[in-house]
Design a protein around this ligand. Structure first.
Ligand SMILES: Cc1cc2nc3c(=O)[nH]c(=O)nc-3n(C[C@H](O)[C@H](O)[C@H](O)COP(=O)(O)OP(=O)(O)OC[C@H]3O[C@@H](n4cnc5c(N)ncnc54)[C@H](O)[C@@H]3O)c2cc1C
Length: 438
């Protein structure tokens, strides 16, 4: 089966642009055999390859990626490892689902935190928590109050912060209220991905800049790449929204583009003018409409806004130039005390969603497992699903597998053109219905 749609690095990722240069692992340049092959080195593939190596220390694992570690969606996100669902839901079943999500997410955070500590990965990893914010009292009433009630029902700690108190913590006067929860980790996602890729166990070989161009499932797995072929009896597929190219989840995965900008570093005077604490993160009441923001440890401000349907993954420099202007305008409204601070990097990343929010997880063929479709919470869900797919592929019992399986499978999507029309209409409606939160 030929792979028609390959990942492309547009070289716009701001998180890696602010890091020192890194030498990628060599591309595959000969024919190789292994016991397992993992395709895709995002959070899911990095966790899958490492876990296979832990479970089978005497076997050979190949991890292969079309690009470089930290340059995919995993290295381009907003850098929140989120331990709570955004919207909990109040009934018994929803609370149970939230508890399962929290178990999976916290396992993933603990797993990566142990690696950050063991290998001294310099990625500004910190359990800083996050503020779930509303711009207007209406947003606080409709979104934050139910969220706070649900956290109470779950027995989860939180703080309600509003008005001047909130401004004193984050500097910006823009928000009316926030629910602060302490369990979220903030970090530089490109630095974390690089660090995880560069500290793989000895029995994992990572080939970067090695796109898989065709796949054959007869007598095990055969993958072709421009420099040589890979043969293995078993594969874990961690290519997120491109899983359809490998013959799985066709017409079940939605690709969306998300955009983020990082400002230049604030001067010490600007940092003083902003006020508030260091190193905070804000998620918005409505993730599609409103803005995710961070103040990083090196005093840059991140703005993540603008999600749109992008089935062809074809955002252009012109799109990014327009989006940067939007981000700059939003920045100035939220930080009137920083009139001269400009956006230095603006980038695109491609996200994978399913209609019903379910992941593409588990065994999908006799010798193939998948961990794809993280529905925009890939730092924790991607890590958890990659790790658990590796446990399944090596017959290791893990009680969290049933949590993952309880999340269901991605529903079929309507055919085109109804799908495109439907997704765009839904985004327009979300924007209109939540315009008070812009
Ligand atoms: C702007 C933005 C902000 C976000 N913010 C957050 C956040 O704060 N917190 C959070 O949890 N999530 C966030 N997300 C979502 C998160 O980044 C993703 O859910 C997550 O990175 C998906 O991880 P993954 O490993 O499944 O896939 P990916 O990171 O997409 O990795 C898939 C890999 O497969 C490789 N691949 C694909 N096809 C082939 C092929 N044919 N041959 C070889 N390799 C191939 C690709 O090169 C890629 O490296 C955000 C995303 C974006 C874009």
């Amino acid at each position: 089966m030929k792979i028609n749609h390959l990942p492309v690095d547009d070289r716009t990722n701001g998180w890696s642009a602010i890091l020192p240069p890194r030498s990628a692992n060599p591309a595959l340049a000969e024919d190789v055999n292994a016991d397992f092959v993992v395709v895709g080195a995002g959070y899911a593939g990095l966790a899958a390859a490492r876990r296979l190596a832990e479970n089978r220390p005497d076997q050979k694992i190949i991890l292969v990626d079309g690009g470089e570690a930290g340059e995919n969606a995993s290295g381009r996100n907003s850098g929140f490892a989120i331990d709570l669902p955004h919207n909990v839901g109040g009934d018994h079943d929803e609370l149970d689902g939230s508890r399962r999500f929290m178990d999976l997410a916290r396992m993933a955070i603990d797993y990566n935190e142990a690696l950050v500590q063991k290998h001294d990965i310099q990625c500004d990893w910190g359990r800083r928590g996050k503020y779930h914010t509303a711009v207007t009292p209406r947003g606080a009433f409709e979104c934050l109050q139910p969220f706070a009630k649900e956290l109470e029902a779950l027995g989860e700690p939180f703080r309600w912060v509003e008005g001047d108190d909130l401004q004193n913590e984050i500097g910006s006067p823009w928000f009316s209220a926030a629910v602060y929860t302490p369990g979220c980790v903030l970090m530089n996602p490109a630095a974390l991905c690089r660090g995880l890729a560069d500290t793989m166990p000895d029995n994992v070989t990572l080939f970067e800049n090695t796109p898989v161009t065709s796949v054959d499932y007869v007598n095990g797995i055969s993958l072709d790449t421009p420099g040589g072929s890979i043969r293995a009896p078993k594969m874990i597929l961690t290519v997120n929204g491109l899983a359809g190219q490998f013959g799985f989840y066709n017409n079940r995965l939605l690709t969306m583009a998300a955009h983020a900008s990082l400002s230049r570093q604030l001067t010490s005077d600007e940092r003083a003018a902003l006020g508030g604490v260091d190193d905070w993160g804000i998620t918005p009441a409505n993730a599609f409409v409103s803005i995710t923001m961070r103040l990083t440890r090196d005093h840059r401000i991140l703005i993540r806004q603008n999600i749109h349907y992008a089935p062809n993954r074809d955002c252009t420099d012109a799109d990014r130039a327009r989006i940067r202007q939007d981000h700059q305008r939003m920045f100035l409204k939220r930080f009137p005390m920083l009139p001269n601070v400009t956006m230095e990097h603006t980038w695109t990343g491609y996200l994978c969603f399913s209609r019903n929010g379910s992941p593409g997880f588990g065994q999908v063929a006799p010798n193939v497992w998948s961990a794809v479709c993280q529905n925009a919470v890939g730092v924790t869900k991607g890590t958890a699903s990659g790790l658990l797919a590796a446990d399944q592929a090596t017959n290791v019992e893990n009680p969290l597998n049933s949590h993952m399986e309880s999340l269901g499978v991605p529903d079929l999507l309507p055919p085109q053109p109804f799908l495109g029309i439907g997704v765009r209409a839904r985004l327009l409606w979300e924007n209109w219905a939540n315009r008070h939160e812009h």
